[in-house]
Design a protein around this ligand. Structure first.
Ligand SMILES: [Cu+2]
Length: 173
């Protein structure tokens, strides 16, 4: 409590009350207004916001997302782990349905220079992707859900993380 308020309170106490003192009720709303003015506004993204965390256990906090066809979504991935990015980076990559995900994962594992995001034809299968994140980093990707109802897999393309279970599904319907 600021010193002048302490003094004010003590003065009121000394006077034996203050519940009905108009000065006291005047002060409170003004303080609240000042406090909210200095509170930073929340970051606004387009579309429905979905926050997903990942950590050193190589799992996503959200493994199923439902969306309407063509709905605008804003996915934020937060890496809450502590292991350095070069050995435990995480990203969130949404892909088109494919008969076998293995070729995609192999291409991703080899794409060291592009943060494990594959190039060429495999890249064309990506619908949305965040950056590869180290500890305490976050990234948001805004995209439009496919207009075709169905199940769209998402996962982390850091080598081995899909296999451990760092994956989930976007259900459009
Ligand atoms: Cu990962």
């Amino acid at each position: 409590m600021p010193r002048y308020l302490t003094y004010f309170a003590l003065t009121l106490a000394a006077l034996g009350g203050g519940c009905s003192n108009p000065a006291a009720t005047d002060t409170s709303p003004r303080d609240k207004a000042a406090a909210s003015a200095t509170t930073p506004a929340a970051t606004v993204h387009d579309g429905r916001s979905i926050e997903i965390t990942g950590n050193d256990t190589m799992k996503f906090s959200v493994t199923e997302i439902s969306a309407k066809p063509g709905e605008k979504l804003s996915v934020t991935l937060v890496n809450l782990g502590t292991t350095p990015k070069f050995s435990m980076g995480h990203n969130w990559v949404l892909v088109l349905p494919m008969p076998d995900v293995q070729p995609f994962l192999s291409a991703a594992a080899e794409a060291v220079t592009t943060d494990y995001v594959p190039k060429g034809t495999q890249k064309d299968r990506i619908l949305a992707a965040t950056k590869l994140l180290g500890p305490n980093e976050r990234d948001t990707v805004t995209f439009t859900a496919p207009t075709t109802p169905g199940r769209y897999d998402f996962f982390c393309t850091f080598p081995g993380h899909y296999q451990v279970g760092m994956r989930g599904v976007l259900i459009v319907g």
